[in-house]
Design a protein around this ligand. Sequence first.
Ligand code: SDX
Length: 428
Amino acid sequence: MSNPVTLNVADHSLELPVKDGSIGPSVVDIGKLYAQSGMFTYDPGFTSTASCESKITYIDGDEGVLLYRGFPIDQLAEHGDFLETCYLLLYGELPTASQRTDFNYRVTRHTMVHEQMMRFFQGFRRDAHPMSVMVASVGALSAFYHDSTDIADENQRMIASMRMIAKFPTLAAMAYKYSIGQPFVYPQNDLDYTSNFLRMCFAVPCEEYKVNPVLSRALDRIFILHADHEQNASTSTVRLAGSSGANPFACIAAGVACLWGPAHGGANEAALKMLQEIGTVDRIPEFIARAKDKNDPFRLMGFGHRVYKNYDPRAKIMQKTAHEVLNELGIKDDPLLDIAVELERIALSDPYFIEKKLYPNVDFYSGITLKAMGFPTSMFTALFALARTVGWIAQWKEMIEDPSQKIGRPRQLYTGSPKRDYVPSHMR
Ligand code: SDX
């Protein structure tokens, strides 16, 4: 146990306890600071703030380390599959063969959505962004599954978790099919999770659809890479929504909404659009200059990270997966990949990016891979959300099951007008 820290406040000093983690930075417990000092701490972007205690995911941004329940992401991506990762994140251990069979069966039994859910889609324009459809349809699940919304009931929490993990791919595939005017494809329970998703997206009633095992394995690995990531913006959103006692479907819908932003999960869509805007390798210097120009809001999408000040370990695996998929599809020279590889090479040798520790993140290469698989750019963030659903659910369950949990209610630094009296309109 580390020694407490002393804070000198006006004419007295406070001792604040320090809590140590199993690995990583210790924390100063400031829970009693306001009561003892009349002051708040101030950290708007939470750059130095631990919002909770968690046992799920650990990131070392300086070393480029990402662990799910202690297992390195590269080992899970290499040797495991996405549903095994879901089990690990939810239960804390890798499943035995029988646990894995039972878990896969439980997820598979929940892949269908209520038939009336289809009516929601009819209300959207065909060109609605898939994330607008996902925010709406995930939240709407709470209107259909009242037997799994009592968060105080452990069994209901687990059923809701299974339903979210199982139904998200079905809803995401429906959003895609609706956007291209093709009929919805029902899940097929003799397929594995990711193959089922690919079939729901790309099968048509007119012919047999054969899943390409290389593409299914690659997408399954992409889902593993995106499954969880400590207290990122969307996970923090899910935790805050859940702290009020909102039902799990509403909390996940809040996470979907937050992930949509281009600074977060929307970056994979933005990164591919950026590569398309750059267009050719010889225009890269122009965009590098813009990214460095303080007067230009342009940023290199897919670069930089709040935590990783070294290479995002997921980006390395994403790059390898991009090459694997392009080779499998016989795409020898994808100009976007050439631009991405050259952009990375130039950026990583540029003093600006070195000094600010800006490296490619998980979103930099994912778009190239997903586009090659046949997904439209607008679906990229929905795929990120599909994978992150298990992380959101695991973090939400951990918070609900934490006996010290209370509603999240931050304070503020008020710099507005002091108290003043009402001015009648004729005197303004
Ligand atoms: C994800 O948190 C997570 O874990 C998220 C995620 C997950 O799995 O959940 O990993 C997924 O969201 C990955 C990030 C995807 N976003 C992008 O690729 C968008 C582009 N990146 C940036 O917007 C930015 O890097 C952030 C938002 C990711 C991080 O921003 P920070 O930590 O708040 O850093 P900052 O904005 O304060 O930038 C620090 C400096 C600034 O320069 P100065 O003001 O200090 O002079 O670096 C510069 C920034 O201008 N900078 C960039 C840049 N990112 C930061 N300059 C050019 N291009 C960039 N991409």
